[in-house]
Ligand binder design. Sequence first.
Ligand code: S3P
Length: 748
Amino acid sequence: MTKPILTNSILTIPIKRLVVVGLGLIGGSLAAALKKASACQEVIGIARRSVTCADAVRLGIVDRAYLSIAEVAAELESGDVVFISVPTLSVEKILQEIVGCVDPQVTITDGASVKGSVIESVKRVYGLIPPQFVAGHPIAGSEQSGVEASDPDLYINHRVILTPTEETGAAHLELITGMWHAAGAEVLTMPVEEHDDVLAATSHLPHAIAYSLVDTLAHDSENENIFRYAAGGFRDFTRIASSDPVMWHDIMRANKSSVLSALNLFTDNLQRLSSAIEQEDGEYLLGVFTRAKAARDHFSKMLNKQAYSTNMQHSISYTVQPGGCVQGELRVPGDKSISHRSIMLGSLAEGITEVEGFLEGEDALATLQAFRDMGVVIEGPDSGRVKIHGVGLHGLQKPPGPLYVGNSGTSMRLLAGLLAGQIFDSELTGDESLTKRPMNRVANPLREMGAKITTAEGGRPPLNIKGGQVLNAINYTMPMASAQVKSCILLAGLYANGTTQVTEPAPTRDHTERMLTGFGYPVKRDGAMAQLSSGGALSSTFIEVPADISSATFFMVAAAIAPGSDVTLTHVGINPTRDGVISILTLMGADISLLNKRDVGGEPVADIRVKYAPLKGINIPEDQVPLAIDEFPALFIAASCAEGTTVLTGAEELRVKESDRIQVMADGLKILGVSAQPTADGIVIEGGVIGGGEVESHDDHRIAMSFTIAALRATAPIVVNNCANVMTSFPTFVGLAQQAGIALTVNE
Ligand code: S3P
């Protein structure tokens, strides 16, 4: 499908006169809107009945009105617009009246809901498509009709689709675009056929269903009580069945073939639903209902490849007032890495896996959606609870289209391993930031195993993965310390002949290995090596996701730098492959205690209490780098508040995260007056005074949150731009930060 083109042109050529043929809701509302906006000199109405003409004049919707366009045609000239606003199948009759008397310089447009039939009518009447004709369709309306229902605000923030053809004159198109803008609408253009297919599915089909449903019930005498007791659901669902019957009769006939394909597809699916109810196939019903709910909750965002969270659809910035401290007991959301893996392994398991504490952030939701797209029934998330109906290692189905994983590198890299072992082809795509990140680090070892993967130039996404390949186990020594690469190869190993072995240059997070074990899949581990063989099965389990130490870090650093602070972060995962931040802050002199240490489902957990204590600069031990890989942006803020110099080396991986975290942090710190010198594999930071200023997060969640906490020690306000991506990992950040004592306001 081609992407609709959004036109932003303003009304450059003023409309002189607007002639509205057909004074119903659509035509009357355009007339009223242009009059209200003083966007044309005069509005003339044409209606078949004199009473309608009189009403339109009396209501002030038009300046004058006639029974036929022939009565005013001689007055019309370039800059005037004729808007045909009659039921679709009547457009041709109006065109026959227009063709002989309206000057070719006059712009003609229409508002019919089907564009193919209108274009055919134009060709029949004119013998061709004249440049003056611009086909259009305002996507607005209501179940009310008639001139009295005219509403000057009907089109505000609604869309109008124009379907110009090659013959359409540019000036005429511009005039009509400007006219709709003046009425408050957003204008898109798309090809005629595409318009008719899209509208058949999104508008014509639901109308056909609503009319048919009400008619079915209304003609069954036993159902008369249905109308008496009709509650909200029935009313909502059938509201559109009280729209204008003639108009809809025309639309169904005019868009016959597109409506029929949509209706037939729906009928087949309804038949399957009916069989599922008959056979009490609960799994099928839940599958349909959970997928539909997710689609309904997110559909506009999914369509536009936008974020699931509403607050990610706008660009937002944070303004943080200087000073203050953080206090209290805080529970940050679930661990991102564990949340991803819970969906992946739960889907591949046999039986139902229940998850609690699931992170409802964009990245983990992207993984969840990818598995739904591959046919897995997943209930929730609902307050962190998810129920995954596992399909077994060989039960995934071919997704209907590319799997879009947004900003999430973990989803893309881990899924690549899994998808390499499937029988179907797949494509993994992501947002602008992810599209710049290196994928050959997973594609190359997977190719060594026999996978067929193509990438965009330079090993960047999208990844196209050919299904049905025979994978063979490898013994892979990773060139970089990466849990994503390790996990990817292990997941591919579930499908490879033989025993797959991965050796890492330094310890990285081991959630995949731990969780596979939790699902009863044997993983052998020996020092830097992890090994598994194919042929086993995962059995469903219960997973409690601990709070994410990477999110807790922002409040740990906040407490460590702001005098008077004392916070306790509860139920945080302190897996030894993730606890570098605790070691590094402790080395810097932070006052950290781990309380209530316990084991939760194979992962160590504790409450972390941090009290303010003066920090000193250190040389960060290189062996801590992979153990704190996501925590460096926040640690750089700690270093900026420490006495003396902090030196980080061996951390070149930071340059290929959601942003180049070395450069982006150095740039921001410099703006705030901190001496920060980037190096190839790290940074040198002199502790000192943090000033105020405006910094960029470069759409990187961890950069945004790091500069937010810096304000606790700043001398003036800090504004952090482009913070919407905080939703990827920490959807409750703003509320928790405010609750803890950070003077943060969000600006949209
Ligand atoms: C992750 C591994 C790390 C980390 C990322 C999550 C994981 O990436 O930075 O946020 O869940 O496996 P690398 O494997 O690229 O180091």
